[in-house]
Ligand binder design. Structure first.
Ligand code: UD1
Ligand code: MG
Length: 459
């Protein structure tokens, strides 16, 4: 198309068939609200002029789309059908020239290349309307495409209004159209709601244009998985599965091993280096995984960055954190937001880290809680180490300088600093700052009474 079209996304419907309090277009498909997928697609074509029609749960939808700052929102006060939804943007669109691409907020799997096919067909044929169609073995729920004996599109019949003969038609309307703006609004002004659902159907525009001798072109998409419309939770699960397989295949083609790919869920924004191995049951959202990293089964990684050669062992959870090269984490470790691990760090079993820094070579190998702390280079934190960072009102910081050795079962009553090279004996509760290279020990002296236990138990 010589000029990029305006893009309008219909997203005002409630989605009754979802049986949900949440607006339909906010139900996630691979961690992201389904409307984000449609917006990402729209942006990949042009950021110049994108509008979204909101209505049911409009404020929530608008909030969820805040990161798309260039999008304009149009409110459809009452959900009277898809034609009425387009009319909500009439004030804006009518003042524009050219064409508008109408997308549906509940059709999230379209590919850019396929839409470009629609746009180029629209341009080549100089049509007033080009619409995407596909063939389905089970077309239930979709509008059927009516064609004449020369295979020219005559109109679209909604399922609810179809005769039993029309219901046999396997070619369906995908709800994706490109319109010449002037013809669209001329046709919209003639639409009525005299149908089984009492709605103003955008699909009726097609028949009106044909009757007006305007050119309408149906563009058949062979891959019907792209045009799946999500109206219920069954289609939602199907969409997620399709997108999962698409994303996973892309990573595998780029040199990532997915062991049990059917049960590995990676969102569309995650970037993964070559020779990464990911095992089954793992979920990764909006993260970066460096080359040669091994992510074992049942891990969850979100908004995080893993360096190269990291080993993330089974069942670990990484949230909004960074892990340096060749660091080992887990099994069953939890990095909570704002944790930053350097390289060659070790975080072992059942260790929880929150908003803390571990410099290169530091270790906490077993059963520990490290919160609001800065752990220096090559520090060793023994088993059962705890930062007592919260006094019930405020959080306090623990600083452990380079090369400190902390024996097992020690607690730091923050705020507290252990100087470089100091040594904390096992079972110590540190309440005051410790100067560098000192020994600190706070446990009571051991008392042993030979034979006492035997005498005591006899009594
Ligand atoms: C629609 C088409 C149908 C097509 C199918 C493809 C119509 C009348 N029917 O049916 O031919 O096969 O999509 O998926 O268009 N919306 C609004 N305001 C409204 C009603 C709907 O903004 O008043 C939005 C919805 O949020 C949704 C989209 O329009 O994103 C489609 O609406 P939906 O109710 O899902 O239509 P379908 O029954 O799927
Ligand atoms: Mg739908």
């Amino acid at each position: 198309m010589s000029s990029t079209p305006h893009i309008l996304i219909l997203a005002a419907g409630q989605g009754k068939r979802m049986k949900s309090k949440r607006p339909k277009v906010l139900h996630p498909v691979l961690f992201q609200p389904m409307i984000h997928h449609v917006l990402d697609l729209a942006c990949s074509l042009s950021q110049a002029s994108i509008g979204v029609v909101i209505g049911h749960g409009g404020r929530e939808v608008q909030e969820a789309c805040q990161s798309y700052s260039f999008v304009r929102f149009f409110e459809q006060k009452e959900q009277k059908g898809t034609a009425d939804a387009v009319k909500s943007a009439q004030g804006f669109l009518e003042s524009q020239t050219g064409h508008v691409l109408v997308l549906s907020g509940d059709v999230p799997l379209l590919r850019k290349e396929s839409l470009e096919k629609l746009l180029s067909a629209h341009e080549k044929t100089q049509a007033s309307c080009s619409l995407v169609t596909t063939r389905l073995e089970n077309p239930t729920g979709y509008g059927r495409v009516l064609r004449d004996s020369n295979s020219c599109v005559l109109g679209i019949r909604e399922e609810a209004d179809s005769s039993s003969q029309e219901k046999e038609i396997k070619e369906v309307n995908a709800g994706i159209y490109c319109f010449e703006i002037k013809s669209l609004f001329e046709a919209l002004s003639q639409i009525s709601n005299q149908n089984r659902q009492g709605e103003y159907y955008l699909t009726d525009v097609v028949e009106i244009l044909v009757t007006d001798n305007k050119k309408v072109v149906g563009v058949l998409f062979e891959d019907s998985s792209e045009t799946l419309g999500i109206n219920d939770r069954i289609a939602l699960a199907e969409a997620e599965k399709t997108l999962q397989s698409r994303v996973n295949q892309l990573h595998m083609a780029n040199g990532v091993t997915l062991q049990g790919a059917d049960d590995i869920w990676i969102d569309t924004r995650t970037k993964i280096g070559a020779d990464v191995v990911i095992e089954n049951g793992t979920r990764i959202q909006n993260s970066e995984i460096g080359a040669g990293t091994w992510v074992q089964s049942q891990c969850r990684i979100e908004f995080s960055k893993l360096g190269t050669g990291v080993k993330l062992k089974q069942g670990s959870v990484i949230e909004k954190s960074e892990i340096g090269a060749d660091t080992v984490v887990g099994p069953y470790a939890h990095l909570r937001p704002e944790s930053v691990l350097g390289s060659h760090v070790k975080i072992g079993n059942f260790v929880e880290v929150k908003k803390s820094i571990f410099k290169d070579g530091a270790k906490a190998s077993h059963l520990s809680y490290i919160g609001d702390a800065e752990i220096g280079r090559d520090v060793n934190l023994g088993c059962g180490f705890i930062t007592c960072n919260y006094d019930g009102v405020n959080k306090h910081k623990t600083v452990i300088e380079d090369g400190v050795f902390v024996g097992s079962d020690s607690q730091m009553i923050a705020p507290v600093t252990l100087g470089a090279g100091s040594y904390v004996a096992s079972g110590t509760t540190v309440t005051r700052d410790v100067p560098p290279e000192s020994l600190v020990i706070s446990r009571g002296k051991q008392v042993t009474k030979p034979g006492y236990a035997k005498r005591f138990l006899k009594k």
